[in-house]
Design a protein around this ligand. Structure first.
Ligand code: MG
Length: 248
């Protein structure tokens, strides 16, 4: 090692690119580069679920859902969609799931209101702990790991394939649950692939732990199956056409 001030400086500079390449950004950093914008094309009518899918929401009732506390879900259902009733809390499926293929459609409130994370925020929480962010990311500046299609606080989407507020958008998600050993240590981290409006935004991404605001993710052991949760972040986000196929 060269023991000069200049030598130490060179060493630090040489280390920085590899640290960046490994994605060593703190959660919710505004300095983290944001992905390119891709136009996914116009919204499409909802496609019917495949024959072996479990339909979680068909546009008519919340019978498959309950509130976070186990009481009846209080979100609004109308015209084929459900809408977050701000302040009523998250809702979860009555059924529990492990690894799944999930299809879900959502629309941000129109006209847009608020900025950054305070604009059309909701979220799809796989197993209740791993959030694929739902956010109005159409001409809305926020941190990269909080954009639509992000594994919240961990991995930004590969591109920003958002549609305008009020337009229907789709997530097609392939999620492989984490596996824990007897002591509760994670032996196989969860992985997720996400298509946003048909465009790849997460490519077999390793999930590094529970997605928690402004904290470095850590795993905590949990059951092999848990409900799917949709977030009430105080914004009237809409959902429709939700189905899963179990992967076992
Ligand atoms: Mg959210």
């Amino acid at each position: 090692m060269i023991r000069t001030a200049a030598g130490v400086t060179l060493l630090v500079l040489a280390m920085s690119p590899s640290a960046f390449a490994q994605g060593k950004w703190p959660p919710n950093s505004m300095d983290r580069p944001r992905p390119a914008v891709v136009d996914p094309g116009p919204e499409r009518p909802p496609a019917p679920a495949p024959s072996d899918a479990i339909v979680l929401f068909d546009g008519t009732s919340l019978s498959g859902w309950e509130s976070d506390s186990g009481k009846p879900a209080r979100w609004t259902v109308r015209d084929g969609y459900m809408q977050v009733a701000p302040g009523t809390g998250a809702i979860r499926t009555k059924r529990a799931f492990g690894s799944v293929q999930l299809h879900i459609e959502w629309a941000s409130p129109a006209p847009a209101k608020g900025e950054g994370q305070d604009r059309g925020n909701s979220g799809v929480f796989l197993m209740g702990h791993y959030e694929i962010q739902v956010l109005d990311t159409w001409h809305n500046l926020t941190y990269a790991d909080g954009m639509a299609g992000a594994v919240y606080g961990q991995t930004p989407p590969l591109v920003n394939a958002s549609r305008a507020p009020g337009r229907w958008q789709t997530y097609d998600i392939v999620f492989h649950r984490p596996v824990f050993d007897q002591s509760g240590k994670v032996v196989t981290p969860a992985r997720v692939t996400v298509l946003h409006n048909g465009v790849l935004v997460q490519d077999n991404t390793e999930i590094t732990g529970w997605t928690v605001h402004a904290e470095v993710a850590k795993y905590q052991p949990h059951a092999d199956r848990l409900p799917l949760v949709l977030q009430d972040h105080a914004h009237p986000v809409r959902y429709r056409n939700i189905w899963v196929r179990e992967l076992n």
